[in-house]
Ligand binder design. Sequence first.
Ligand code: KIV
Ligand code: ZN
Length: 516
Amino acid sequence: MTDSKRIYIFDTTLRDGEQSPGASLDEKSKLEIARQLAELRVDVIEAGFPVTSPGDAEAVKRIAKEIKGPTICALARALQKDIDIALDCLKPAKRSRLHIFIATSEIHRKHKLNKAKDEIVRIATWAVKHARQHIGEVEFSPEDASRTEPPFLYEVIRQVIDAGATVVNIPDTVGYTTPFEFGSLIKGIFENVPNIHKAIISVHCHNDLGLAVANSLAAVKFGARQVECTVNGIGERAGNAAMEEIVMALDTRKDIFAGKFTNVRRDQICKSSRLVSSLTGMIVQPNKAVVGRNAFTHESGIHQDGLLKLRKTYEIMRPQDVGFGETRLVLGKHSGRHALENRLQKLGYKLSEKELALVFDNFKTLADRKKEVFDEDLTALVDKEVTAAPKTYELIHLGMRTESGKAPWVSIKIKHKNKTIEAEGTGNGPVHASYQTIDKLLGAKTRLLDYQIRSVTVGEDAQGEVTVKVAGEKDEVIIGQGLSTDVIEASVKAYLDALNKLAHKISKKSPTAHGV
Ligand code: KIV
Ligand code: ZN
């Protein structure tokens, strides 16, 4: 870490982001996101919190083994068991970091940990020293730092740096602080911790008051060198600071940040956003800064007129800088495999022969139904097909009859173990009827926790993308997704995708980092 103006991006999408209510990532999806984060060139990937579940530990190990480029980090409480498990998972990584935390604020000390200040310091310094015997980079986080008495916080920081912490992270764990206050806290740390120059100061802000990005930027202004953030700002409760907003704010306002910069590839931002949204099932709001569907859409006539005269009148960032492709007609039903491959490469996808063949089949089916196939259609297809679970159950046929005032009727044929099974049924609406019929056919005992639908592009023949959240018999939570120009078919595919994942036991762990 040499260039004094470089701001390091520590991405915690796979750890804090995965703790979002509603997010759910299996090992394959985590690996895919980690691969994309490496393409994006973040500096550090926090890959998980290994002690929370064997699945999380396995995912950290695989990321450490397979992902080259960024430093791979794992989280641990200041406990020997946590630290040793996390260190073991990090072993295969070329560059690795252990992240240790313990709460320091009065409210956490008294009501969560029941420990006095000196005991917290003793545990923190012991944990850092123990870890440093095995790994070169140790990051320490005084959890709830922004609500910790500043003199005590300074003392903790001094002691963990003396114990060997190479990075000290200042979390605003409950999203309570404001930019002026947080900036002053960072300034105070630089002024009151005598050995502060021996460590990198990092910040980690939550978004409970909608200030996570503003607080992080205020900290950068006062000397923080690392920002912890997540793609699309997903994370505990209201989320974490959004990576794309931090990167683009620094990039767009170099003037006020004295030329500070990140190493992130801006042209990979939208692709990363789409991938994380698709794999977590967390839809990006249309007006989300930088990556929302409307982020570069100008509705008012005055704005449109200004843009035509000079884009900079109303546009502070160029959409192409963040990889926000214009909605373009790319392919039709006569397009061949080569044209598809070419277009996908331009969109940043490198598919294997097998993956390309699968996407091509689906593209042909889509092109038969839809006159114009846009970039968004292709990216949605790739994201669904390449990440889909093995098809234990495959939809062969869906028949349906609906009439006002009458219960809808559906008929469903599914391929399972080389046999075709079929059933008919009714329900309150066509989606309900389909899901009940599938349950009857497969003996599935699930609970539908959430159902969302969005259109991939505009137009009457647009594809609908359905995302369902389903709880299995053991309360394991699964996200399923389906894509079709027919929204009922998309709904059926989404439910079958969830059942396929359940059949392959791809589920989300339950414990999280907070409150432990
Ligand atoms: O928000 C928080 O305090 C955390 C720590 C584990 C860094 O996520
Ligand atoms: Zn956090």
